[in-house]
Design a protein around this ligand. Structure first.
Ligand SMILES: [Zn+2]
Length: 165
């Protein structure tokens, strides 16, 4: 038995403090030096949010916004690895393991390529899987609309879950 899941996330990007309201730019749990960062209730890690939703979706569970509402004051500034760990815990509890993950990050800045290996290593550690099961792609939006103007970051993630032997 296999199950497929898709996750999507978008966050507005603003100049980071003290200039604007953007949080430090964190992607897949990796802090990246960047003049803009996400506006969010949690740490705004769009990649981790999309992966969490892909896993929850594959399991047919409520989505990240339902499990971790942005109205919860305890989650203000929360590290998103918390959400991903919980999704992975629920996956294992239901007898599934990660077959593979493929994710696409779309933003103008920062360039994802130089950080790809470090992000994958962090995600693999957080999820307790071998990094060979994780794939990450970075794209720009060709100067089109808000993402292309550097005012937002968008992530798509697909997962395949396999029933544990
Ligand atoms: Zn998000």
């Amino acid at each position: 038995m296999t199950r497929i899941g898709h996750g999507y996330d978008l966050h507005r990007l603003e100049p980071t403090a003290p200039v604007g309201s953007g949080r430090p730019f964190v992607l897949g749990g990796l802090l990246i030096d960047n003049p803009t960062g996400p506006v969010a209730h949690s740490d705004g890690d769009a990649l981790t949010h999309a992966i969490t939703d892909a896993i929850l979706g594959a399991l047919g569970l409520p989505d990240i916004g339902q499990l971790f509402p942005d109205s919860d004051p305890k989650l203000a500034g929360a590290e998103s690895s918390l959400f991903l760990r919980e999704a992975v815990r629920r996956m294992r509890e239901r007898g599934y393991e990660l077959g593979n993950l493929d994710a696409t990050v779309i933003c103008e800045r920062p360039k994802i390529g130089p950080h790809k290996a470090a992000i994958i290593a962090r995600l693999a550690q957080c999820m307790g899987v071998d990094s060979s099961r994780l794939n990450l792609k970075g794209k720009t939006h060709e100067a089109v609309d808000a993402v292309g103007e550097g005012r937002a970051i968008e992530v798509h993630a697909s997962v395949l879950l396999l029933e544990s032997p």
